[in-house]
Design a protein around this ligand. Structure first.
Ligand code: HEM
Length: 399
């Protein structure tokens, strides 16, 4: 007989999320937290992310943060990040080819150009705020290039991305006006760009998305606008913070930084290992769309579940010596989970991997002897994405 989850005697976790500072009970796989429940073992995390009855909580975050504006809430719910079932399947099918590894590879030379340009600004001084000088600006020109937006609009995109990303901040309820105004501006801009591309196709993501078709089915203009929004929300802050986490970690392992400069072919493994050991997405959340029975426990419809990705990435049952950071040796057969799992598995993973694989060895070569130059200031571990706000570094100048 399955037991109702509320009848179990479970430990209580303090934060609404499982974070590295959370004290996890060793003798449990499930705990209570202020919003509902939490899991953090690799097998439970993947089981829940792959079970379609557990729906994305992305569209529910504003509600949980106290937002009541119905127009705002309904706009969030139509995003691919929060769509479910057939609606989600159709969107994924239509847009997947535009996000293939081959499409991401086309941008690799441009990625190197952007990183080189950013290092050029600081190379002579041999010091920088890595978070501000390199991480912040890196993803924006790439997203612009990907979408086919003109270079002259980079600054505009940067501001829009920052303002829309306030949606993940702790005090997002107070920033609603700004978020809505920015989403409106971006919507208007995107509609114009779409109209332009419809009459004059180009070699970019937007043209691919306009042309995307399966058995006569196509994306509507509203869906195209939503996808551009999802690419900006999903593709900028994640990548810049992951780069900051990776370099902060490598700065504490100078031998591995030097090795990466010598052996750029280690880039792929370095990206997977830095994302396993120190991912910028620490966790995500789901809610039960119906009553769900799992491991003889019933989770009633509506149950909220925090999913501890960072903890799962250190699970001893899956990874060899998970507490040891090593870009040269395999940790096992299972993938790291910082891109998620299941139907919402990161759509931009090929692009993000390419961006990090291009950046890391190039930075290691041009910033030899990289060291932290004072304390790193980390962003708060709230509902959002984790990474450095400021990271002063020094390195041997002139490379
Ligand atoms: C290192 C960088 C990145 C990380 C760590 C990351 C992480 C994630 C994670 C964990 C999810 C799943 C969330 C969940 O299941 O609740 C996700 C979904 C998504 N990501 Fe990424 N992401 C990154 C870069 C990107 C980029 C560059 C793009 C776009 C170009 C992107 C677009 C998306 C989209 C559209 C989704 C929603 C997919 C869906 O719901 O079907 N991401 N990402």
């Amino acid at each position: 007989m399955a037991t109702l989850v509320s009848e179990l005697d479970l430990p209580l976790l303090e934060g609404q999320r499982v974070t590295p500072s959370t004290e996890l009970p060793q003798d449990h796989w499930l705990a209570r937290n202020p919003f509902g429940y939490a899991v953090w073992h690799y097998d439970d995390v993947t089981a829940i992310l792959r079970d379609k009855r557990w729906h994305s909580a992305a569209g529910r975050i504003p509600e949980l943060m106290g937002v009541t504006d119905e127009q705002f809430l309904s706009r969030q719910r139509v995003s691919i990040l929060s769509a479910e079932g057939d609606v989600h399947l159709r969107l994924r099918r239509l847009v997947a080819p535009a996000f293939s590894p081959r499409q991401a590879d086309r941008l690799r030379p441009f990625m190197r150009e952007v990183i080189n340009g950013l290092v050029d600004n600081v190379a002579a001084a041999g010091r920088a705020d890595f978070a501000v000088d390199i991480c912040e600006p890196y993803p924006i020109p790439i997203i612009c290039e990907l979408l086919g937006a003109p270079k002259s609009d980079w600054q505009l995109f940067s501001r829009w991305a920052n303002d829309i990303l306030e949606i993940f901040s702790i005090d997002m309820a107070q920033k609603l006006d700004l978020i809505v105004r920015t989403q409106d501006e971006l919507d208007a801009y995107t509609r114009e760009l779409i109209a332009e591309r419809r009459s004059k196709p180009a070699d970019d993501l937007l043209t691919d998305l306009i042309a995307a078709e399966e058995e006569g089915d196509k994306l509507t203009t509203d869906e195209l606008v939503m996808m551009v929004n999802a690419v900006i929300v999903g593709g900028t802050d994640t990548t810049r913070n992951q780069l900051g986490c990776a370099v902060g970690l490598l700065a504490e392992h100078p031998d591995q930084w030097a090795l990466l400069a010598e052996r750029p072919e280690l880039a792929q493994r370095a990206v997977e290992e830095t994302m396993r050991y120190f991912g910028a997405v620490r966790g995500t959340a789901r809610f039960a769309s119906t009553d769900i029975e799992y491991k003889d426990i019933v989770f009633p419809a509506g149950t909220f579940m925090s999913v501890g990705i960072a903890e799962a990435n250190r699970d001893r049952a899956v990874f060899n010596e998970p507490e040891v950071f090593d870009i040269t040796s395999s940790k096992g057969d299972q993938p790291q989970l910082t891109f998620g799992s299941g139907i919402h598995y990161c759509l931009g993973q090929a692009l993000a991997r390419a961006e990090l694989q291009e950046a890391l060895p190039l930075l290691a070569r041009r910033m030899p002897n990289l060291r932290l130059d004072g304390p790193t200031e980390w962003k708060p571990e709230g509902v959002g994405i984790f990474g450095p706000a400021h990271m002063p570094i020094t390195f041997d100048p002139g490379h």
